[in-house]
Each structure stands twice: as structure tokens, then as C-alpha cells.
Design a protein around this ligand. Structure first.
Ligand SMILES: *[C@@H]1O[C@H](CO)[C@@H](O)[C@H](O)[C@H]1NC(C)=O
Ligand SMILES: *[C@@H]1O[C@H](CO)[C@@H](O)[C@H](O)[C@H]1NC(C)=O
Ligand SMILES: *[C@@H]1O[C@H](CO)[C@@H](O)[C@H](O)[C@H]1NC(C)=O
Ligand SMILES: *[C@@H]1O[C@H](CO)[C@@H](O)[C@H](O)[C@H]1NC(C)=O
Length: 400
């Protein structure tokens, strides 16, 4: 079942709804502050038990930057839209980008800078093929628009579950589950059409069909597993298939009843063996350094059980040059690109190194760190992209 949409289904009213709600969806920056939270004893720590804050930086960050070059904007060579995110992931040797809200350019427009004002249709997410050039992607899953086709939605809504085209599906990176059959998992956050509506985090089965990653199944009775009312939104911050252990790690924000700024910026972690990604009972949940990985879904939303704080969306990569994991993120403020490192994915993580500060386009939002590790497997350089006001901006970092 492929999702179909046309511009006449999606009205200007919907666009203004998006403008009003997309900020809570993509965790963009409300203000500027350091991405590690200030040290503080968690309240209500039982007497005699030392307070633990697993989100504090530990050790020294080995990264030393020799130079950073701004490469430009990433665009498609066969379609045209304004969009965000573009998290990278690999299936059977090919790398793909998963974008968020994809606003089609006007009929026939091939250069987004030359688009006409107004709303020309959109989808809530889309998938593209990455190329050897980080500034060029090939858009997949195209419609019949002429002369310039536009992308159809990647993660389909299902009317049988009460979903319609006002629902959002925030996706992170594709995580390969079986290279032989070109199958992967996509983690996504289901968001209702109303302003309060984060519903739950789920996983979709993705199969590459005629060169196009295609969601062939959404798991769970209603298309999601982790109810946002009670459990973390696993996967809405970052999803990473660890090539060392064969586990998929998924980071996500807390349940929606946690609303204050400090507590809602903690990030919680779960994992599963890649081959078991479509079986909910095989997931393990991180309860912090003392309790470790448990089969029980997390119900403790404290700094001890958290894996990070205040990062916004990002991507983890293994870096062969430094011999450690690197997390690329932009914090939740200011448009600065940060890199932190770790030897284990549950942490602890080192302090961040700042590598670049973007200039917001028209004062817009800058967020979501994306890594392109396939461009240099030695890890001596790392190409990074991020969203700058619905443009995908690309930089290249050279390490010392
Ligand atoms: C887009 O780029 C891909 C990869 O480099 C290439 O194979 C394809 O021919 C290009 N398409 C167009 C329309 O230029
Ligand atoms: C989509 O679903 C929401 C929530 O169920 C509903 O309020 C809204 O009217 C629906 N919109 C359309 C265009 O069907
Ligand atoms: C908004 O969505 C949430 C989550 O599905 C739901 O609980 C709530 O009733 C909805 N509110 C309205 C006004 O439709
Ligand atoms: C944050 O969560 C803690 C529990 O870990 C709670 O004691 C505290 O009151 C919360 N902070 C706010 C501002 O609600």
C-alpha cells in the first residue's frame, strides 16, 4: 500500500497548521545554552544512595578540528522541494536520506531558490538516494507531476487507524536489518493533526523495491509501539545500527506528560539486535548505569536513566580515525554543530567540541545534525548536514 497525495488535498490552512506545530515536532531551538545540562543533584534522591546523572560529560573529547568548509546546499537532481532532516542510513550497500516535511516547489520549478510564493503541496516525509556528491541526491518515490515530478510520502498513513493526511510521521535513519533481502527498519513518531498530538513511536519494515526503499508494514496494532502518553518516543531523536555489535540503538524524548523544559529535554535509549527489530519483545531498555539494560520498558524518567540531555535530533557514527563513536547534533539552540564522543553507546559521552556555527537563513530555525560517513571511511574527514530554514546545508570537517 503506497501513500498517495495530491496538492488539492493539502491546503494552505494545513501549511499554517504546520508552521504552528512543526517546532515541537523537530525539537528546534528555543534559545541558546550549552548542550550538557548544568550539574545538579536530582531531586528526591533517597538518602544513602548517591545521586547519579548519566547525562553529564565525562573524560576528554579526542576530536581536534583542522578545518571546516561550507560546501553549500544539498538538492535533488530530478525534483525540487523545500525540506528538512535528511538522516542517512544504509541498506545493502546503498545510502539513503530520510527527509521530514517536504514542501513541493511550484509546477516546473527546478531551482528551489526560484520557487514562487505560496503552497504547492507537500508530504510529511520522503526518501532519496545519496550519491558520491553530498550536494546531490536523487529523489525516489516520485509522483506524475509534469515537467518536474515531486516526492510521494515515504511512511504511509492508514485511515483504518484513524489517520489522515494531516498526521505527521517524523522519521530518523534507516537501519538495515537484513542485507541479503535489502530490508531495514524505520523508526518514526506518529503525530496527530491537532496541536497537542504526539501519539506514539513506531517502527516500519522497509524493503528496497525496484531501487526504492518502501514501507511495506507498520508494526503495532495501531501502527506504533511506544505510546507517547506513557513511554519514551524511542527513535525520534536518533536511530543507529551499530556495525560493531549488530544492535540498533534508538534514542527518544520522554513521554508527553513530562512538559517542563528541563525534564522534557532528557533523551532515553533502547536497543534491539538488528535481526529482531520487528519483534517488540526483543527490545531492551536502558535504565541507567546501575540497572543497565532491562527487558522492561522504562518508567523512570530521571537524569540517572537518561542517556543524554538537550541535544535535539542528531546522528551517531563510528569514527575509525579516532576509534570511537561520534554523535553529531546541534543542541537545542543557536545553530552550532557539536560533536561528542563515546566508547559505548549508552555513554558516558565526552564534552562537546563545537565545529561550526551556521548563519540562519532569514532568521529561520537551524537544527538536526546529519552525518555522511560513507564519503570517507577512514574517518579523517566527516561531512555533516543540518537543516537551515528548510534548506539542507552541508559542511566538511577535517580532523587534525
Ligand atoms: C542524478 O545523479 C545520479 C547520481 O550521480 C545520476 O545517476 C543521474 O543520472 C542524475 N540524474 C539527472 C537527471 O541528472
Ligand atoms: C484528520 O484526523 C483528525 C483527527 O482524527 C480530524 O480531527 C481531522 O478532521 C481529519 N482531517 C481530515 C482532513 O480528514
Ligand atoms: C489531540 O490528540 C491527542 C492525541 O491523539 C488526543 O488525545 C486529543 O484528544 C486530541 N485533541 C483534540 C482537540 O482533538
Ligand atoms: C523534573 O523531574 C523530577 C523527577 O526526576 C521532578 O522531581 C521535578 O519536579 C521535575 N521538574 C519540574 C520543573 O517539573
Amino acid at each position: 500500500m503506497l501513500f498517495q497525495t495530491t496538492s488539492n488535498l493539502l491546503t494552505a490552512a494545513f501549511l499554517s497548521f504546520l508552521a504552528a506545530t512543526s517546532s515541537s515536532f523537530h525539537h528546534p531551538p528555543p534559545s541558546s545554552f550549552p548542550p550538557h545540562r548544568p550539574p545538579q543533584n536530582p531531586p528526591h534522591t533517597p538518602p544513602g544512595i548517591p545521586a547519579l546523572d548519566n547525562t553529564q560529560p565525562v573524560g576528554t573529547n579526542p576530536i581536534s578540528v583542522s578545518s571546516v568548509q561550507r560546501l553549500g546546499f544539498q538538492v535533488a537532481n530530478n525534483s525540487c522541494s523545500h525540506r528538512d532532516l535528511g538522516f542517512t542510513g544504509q541498506i545493502a550497500g546503498e545510502w539513503y536520506a530520510v527527509f521530514g516535511d517536504t514542501l513541493w516547489c511550484d509546477t516546473g520549478v527546478t531551482n528551489m531558490a526560484a520557487d514562487t510564493p505560496g503552497f504547492h503541496g507537500m508530504v510529511r516525509d520522503a526518501v532519496s538516494l545519496l550519491t558520491d556528491d553530498p550536494l546531490t541526491v536523487v529523489d525516489l518515490n516520485l509522483n506524475n507531476d509534469h515537467p518536474v515530478p515531486h516526492q510521494l510520502q515515504f511512511i504511509p498513513f492508514n485511515p483504518a487507524w484513524g489517520e489522515n493526511n494531516t498526521y505527521g510521521f517524523g522519521g530518523t535513519s534507516l537501519c538495515e536489518t537484513d542485507a541479503r533481502t535489502a530490508t531495514a527498519a524505520i523508526y518514526y513518531l506518529v503525530k496527530n493533526g491537532n496541536t497537542s498530538g504526539l501519539i506514539g513511536a513506531g517502527v516500519g519494515k522497509v524493503q528496497v523495491i525496484h531501487g526504492t526503499p518502501t514501507v511495506t508494514q507498520r508494526l503495532g496494532e495501531k501502527g506504533y509501539w511506544w505510546d507517547a502518553k506513557t513511554t519514551p518516543r524511542y527513535g525520534d531523536i536518533c536511530a543507529y545500527r551499530d556495525e560493531k555489535s549488530g544492535f540498533i540503538y534508538i534514542w527518544g524524548g520522554p513521554p508527553i506528560y513530562v512538559t517542563d523544559w528541563l525534564n522534557s529535554s532528557y533523551v532515553y535509549l533502547a536497543r534491539v539486535k538488528a535481526a529482531d527489530a520487528f519483534e517488540l519483545s526483543r527490545y531492551q531498555y536502558y535504565w541507567g548505569p546501575r540497572q543497565g539494560w532491562r527487558p522492561q520498558v522504562l518508567t523512570l524518567f530521571t537524569p540517572e536513566a537518561a542517556a543524554m540531555w538537550g541535544t535535539g535530533q542528531g546522528q551517531v557514527v563510528w569514527n575509525a580515525y579516532y576509534g570511537c563513536y561520534v554523535f553529531v547534533h546541534l543542541g537545542i539552540g543557536g545553530g552550532t554543530v557539536y560533536l561528542r564522543t563515546a566508547h559505548a553507546l549508552e555513554g558516558p559521552w565526552t564534552p562537546d567540541v563545537q565545529v561550526y556555527t551556521a548563519t540562519p537563513i532569514d532568521g529561520g530555525l537551524v537544527y538536526a545534525g546529519v552525518a555522511h560517513p560513507y564519503l570517507d571511511t577512514t574517518g579523517r574527514t566527516l561531512v555533516i548536514s543540518y537543516t537551515n530554514n528548510n534548506h539542507i546545508e552541508v559542511i566538511k570537517v577535517v580532523f587534525k
